[in-house]
Design a protein around this ligand. Structure first.
Ligand code: PMV
Length: 364
């Protein structure tokens, strides 16, 4: 599909108001997206597990405006409080999506949103929040264009979410979602995420992700700044082609259930992401000493027990522990005995792969 295919037909908007409520999950990339081109186009394809417990719940009320404007007006309530500091990000999102949702400028939006995880936990909420808001917008669009199919709905919700935060396009469906073109992914697109349709071994069903909260403060360098540092990065090309290759291997591994191979790809992807940060100009570090201590402990545990536990990292210090459901008791015991000491206030979140976003209600 082309960008133009997401522009709806011009209609007279006769509906005065409506509301929609969606819950969208966070996601954790196995092959990472890091670096992008104009228009939120990823420099390499990525693949993620959609999560389940970590999500954003957003309700949006749409009211027809009396005066004409160029972009929609909105109020934003986050966890019960007005947050004007979130406005610039949402305004940028509306400016970006407006060519594809021209009807939106006739409305005022009251957006009320909350996360299932603490906001200051260092877990990126942009993926789940942008996906939830996009789904609410599309729910209203579906009222205006009732002929929209379910497939077109999900595709466009992901397309809009991508314009808010790239990785958000992988937070609409589940349990595995790809984004970006790759020779082994039929139907893969740079414009939206696609539910992974390849064959997946049973061992990956309800795969566990326990998120160790190592550092809950604000990141020193944002993802937006990190992506743009990839533009003139000396090693950018050396990063993009292994990402393609890693995805090729991962597609085989998802099929054959080779958990040793899985650990190798996923850990190498996480460390490559952070290596890009450490070698950009200016260079920076998002890992903390406790991130490294946990990684060492995971390797020791894997060596000593043979349990197929591995880790991945986002653009932050927290560590995601990935493992099959069958290993849950042993891994949770290991976390309690050895890893909790490295977590800020001993906190961690138990999550697992999930089925994607869920509609919680709508009205006109
Ligand atoms: O979606 P953004 O722009 O916040 O980028 C996030 C990128 C990573 O989370 C580091 C990797 C990924 O693929 O999710």
């Amino acid at each position: 599909m082309l960008v133009q295919d997401f522009i709806p037909a011009d209609i007279e908007v006769k509906t005065d108001q409506g509301s929609a409520s969606w819950r969208a999950p966070s996601n954790i990339a196995l092959v990472k997206y890091w670096g992008k081109y104009e228009g939120q186009i990823p420099a390499n394809p990525s693949l993620s597990f959609t999560l389940s417990a970590s999500h954003t719940h957003t309700t949006t009320h749409f009211k027809k405006r009396t005066e004409q404007g160029e972009i929609p007006t909105f109020d934003l309530i986050f966890e019960g409080k007005s947050r004007p500091d979130f406005h610039p990000k949402i305004s940028t999102y509306f400016e970006r999506i407006l060519p594809y949702t021209p009807w939106l400028k006739d409305f005022h939006l009251e957006i009320s949103t909350e996360n299932s995880f603490p906001h200051s936990s260092g877990i990126a909420s942009s993926a789940s929040s942008m996906a939830a808001l996009s789904l609410c917008v599309l729910e209203m669009e579906r009222v205006l264009y009732p002929s929209m199919t379910d497939d077109a709905f999900l595709r466009k919700a992901s397309f809009l979410a991508r314009l808010g935060s790239g990785s958000a396009c992988r937070s609409v469906e589940g349990p595995l979602v790809s984004w970006g073109r790759h020779e082994k992914l039929s139907g893969g697109s740079d414009l939206y995420g696609t539910a992974y349709g390849g064959s997946v071994h049973d061992v990956f069903r309800e795969y566990r992700d326990t998120i160790l909260l190592v550092h809950k403060g604000q990141k020193t360098v944002s993802s937006t700044a990190g992506h743009s540092l990839m533009k003139d990065h000396h090693y950018a090309r050396q990063r993009f082609s292994p990402a393609h290759l890693n995805l090729t291997h991962l597609i085989d591994i998802l099929k054959n259930g080779d958990l040793e191979g899985f650990a190798q790809i996923v850990e190498s992807e996480a460390l490559s992401l952070h290596a890009m940060m450490m070698t950009s100009i200016p260079y920076y570090l998002l890992m903390k000493p406790n991130t490294l201590a946990i990684i060492e402990k995971i390797w020791e545990f894997r060596r000593d027990t043979g349990e197929p536990l591995c880790f991945t990292l986002d653009a932050g210090a927290n560590v995601h522990l990935l493992y099959p459901a069958s290993g849950e008791d042993k891994v949770l015991q290991f976390i309690k005995n050895e890893l909790v000491a490295y977590c800020e206030k001993g906190q961690y979140i138990c999550d697992q792969s999930g089925q994607g976003a869920k509609k919680l209600g709508s009205a006109v």
